[in-house]
Design a protein around this ligand. Structure first.
Ligand code: ADP
Length: 592
């Protein structure tokens, strides 16, 4: 499609759009026209007419030298030269705005003079009018179109002043020329103004782009400052798994691990001192967090050790994926490394403390148990006292088990001896133990496990699990509420559920409920005593049975713990459905 532009000198040029860059390269002043001085611009605008006048003069010199004998003709040539000189020397910028537009008006006069000098024979020279017409029309003022039209009309009438009749050709020129010039004038005015408008828009957009660039540079600097100020090591990866950003803390970790920033931590093998969570095994490159994140694997709290003793540190690594531009496919990931050396040392100190205390408690407790046993063996013991002593004995036994658990939890060794066990009995005993505490708090215990529920389990340990879940349900429920215990079998697995309608937990607390020493913020605020260890031991016991424990909770609504023990070997699995809350028990019985 042809594309029309106007040269600074006012000449319309038809070009192919795709050839535009070439033209720009050829006409450097075309790009910078508006940055040139006003005088230069005026001279440039006058040059096309002057060039044509040179051609005209040359043609007359060759074809009709007699013309130079005509004083009007030579005067006319002289005036053209004077006008060009005036264009170059007049300080236009100091004169009132747009005074230079007198030049195209004077062009009309000089062309009229030329037409008069050369006579009707050369009335074709009227074509020269196109130059002042275009010059005036590129102005943003519509009135210049009228000036151009009036100038054309007046000049077209000049040949009539010459003696001789008016033939049809002259008449046609008289009508056609002003009309054509008017059409050219309007077209040039529209195109030139449209270009001005586009240039203004471009300037606005350029300013906006500059502003956005500056803002984005500022934001980038801020991001770098923030990222460098945090005490968490950070490695950002793009969608292809390439490292795009690391922060100062990560550089420090890399130095300790024997890698450098340029060596892209974790992605290279070699002299690195990166160890697995046990602090001993050298961590293979493919198991390192950045490599795993680059391969789109999940990395959540991976523990690793960096460096050698005595300066080695423990870091916990977590990877988060970044959403891509289109929102669904990941655009990369960020791997965060947190120094957890102090936390680990604190945990180890807590473990030491717990095992020390537990050892200390065990000795007097063993003595209490021994004396309770002696007292229970007394033949004259009244039945009521014997019953009370039995409860004391049972609880002292439980205390001893708990203390052993503390020791096991710190040492990580819990012994499980599974045997065919009716969990209904275990639940009954646990409910009986918790009855007094529940009654004191006016909490109802609704035991819906009124049927056999056999599983391969350690009855003492499962008793511990239920004791703990029940005591928590009672502790974290308000007076007047109900704690329900349900049990059923599903695909051979035995499921026990302890549900309360108590204080509940928010999601953040729920996710940490099995962490060692964790206590929810509401539990701490309410002043309810606890160690944050019960659920750790509970989970350990369940998992050592090969089972799972899950928790569902909603703040202010209650909490449900669900323990699932796998099907015992050699037992046929029986499909059973979960009983409705409050329905009073299991409908299907386990096949034993
Ligand atoms: P604790 O000795 O503190 O009860 P646990 O390990 O048994 O220790 O429980 C850890 C934390 O989990 C508790 O401190 C409490 O915040 C929360 N929790 C446990 N069970 C419940 C429950 N049934 N309702 C609400 N919060 C609970």
């Amino acid at each position: 499609m042809p594309w029309i532009t106007v040269q600074p000198a006012g000449l319309p040029v038809i070009l192919e759009r795709r050839r535009m860059p070439q033209l720009r390269a050829q006409l450097p002043f075309a790009r910078n026209f508006h940055s040139l001085g006003l005088r230069t611009r005026v001279v440039l605008c006058q040059l096309p007419l002057v060039s044509c006048m040179l051609v005209v003069t040359s043609v007359f010199a060759l074809a009709e030298p007699a013309m130079f004998a005509n004083p009007l003709f030579t005067l006319c040539l002289l005036l053209h030269a004077v006008l060009l000189a005036a264009c170059a020397v007049v300080p236009w910028e100091r004169l009132p705005e747009r005074s230079f537009q007198i030049v195209p008006v004077l062009d009309f006069v000089l062309i009229a003079l030329l037409l008069h000098a050369v006579g009707r024979t050369y009335s074709n020279l009227m074509l020269l009018l196109v130059f002042p017409v275009i010059w005036l029309s590129v102005s943003k003022f519509k009135s210049r179109i009228l000036v151009a039209f009036a100038g054309t009309l007046a000049t077209a009438l000049v040949p009539l002043l010459a003696p001789g009749g008016l033939d049809a050709g002259h008449l046609l020129r008289l009508v056609l020329l002003p009309s054509v010039m008017l059409a050219i004038s309007i077209s040039v005015h529209i195109i030139a103004n449209n270009m001005d408008f586009q240039r203004d828009q471009l300037a606005v957009k350029e300013a906006e782009v500059r502003r956005l660039l500056a803002a984005s540079r500022e934001r980038e600097q801020l991001l770098h400052a923030v990222v460098d100020s945090i005490d968490v090591g950070l490695v950002a990866l793009d969608a292809e798994g390439r490292v795009t950003l690391t922060n100062r803390q990560q550089d420090a970790f890399a130095v300790r691990a024997g890698t450098s920033r340029d060596a892209a931590p974790d992605l290279q093998q070699g002299r690195q001192r990166i160890y697995d969570g046990d602090g001993v095994t050298f961590l293979a490159p493919e198991s390192r967090p950045v490599r795993r994140a680059a391969e789109k694997q999940d990395v959540a709290g991976q523990l690793l050790w960096l460096g050698e003793e005595p300066q080695r540190i423990a870091v916990s690594a977590t990877a988060r994926s970044i959403e891509g531009q289109d929102g669904d496919c990941p655009g990369g990931s960020v791997v965060l490394f947190k120094d957890v050396t102090n936390q680990l040392a604190e945990l180890a100190a807590k473990d030491d403390f717990m095992s020390g205390i537990s050892h200390e408690l065990r000795t007097p407790l063993t003595s209490i148990l021994a004396y309770l046993e002696l007292a229970l063996e007394h033949p004259d013991l009244p039945a009521e006292v014997a019953a009370h002593l039995e409860v004391a004995d049972r609880n002292a036994e439980r205390l001893l088990t708990l203390i052993s658990d503390f020791l096991s939890a710190s040492a990580g060794t819990l012994e499980i001896r599974p045997e065919p066990t009716d969990l209904a009995d275990v639940v009954r005993a646990a409910v009986q133990s918790a009855a007094a505490t529940a009654a004191a708090k006016d909490i109802a215990l609704d035991n819906q496990v009124d049927h056999e529920l056999v599983a391969a389990a350690d009855p003492a340990r499962m008793g511990q699990v239920l004791d703990n879940l029940l005591s928590n349900a009672i502790k974290y429920s308000p007076a007047g509420s109900t704690v329900s215990i349900r049990g059923w079998q599903h695909a051979g697995a035995s499921v026990l559920e302890v549900a309360d309608t108590g204080y509940g937990m928010d999601d953040a607390d729920r996710l940490r409920v099995f962490d060692r020493f964790f206590r929810s913020s509401s539990a701490r605020r309410s002043g309810i005593h606890g160690t944050g260890l019960g659920l750790v031991v509970t989970k350990e016991i369940v998992e050592r049975h090969g089972g799972t424990i899950d928790v569902a909770s909603a703040l202010g609504e209650g909490t449900t713990f669900t323990v699932t023990l796998p099907a015992a070997e050699g037992r046929s699995s029986s499909a059973a459905t979960k009983p409705e809350a409050g329905s009073g028990g299991l409908r299907n019985r386990a096949a034993t």
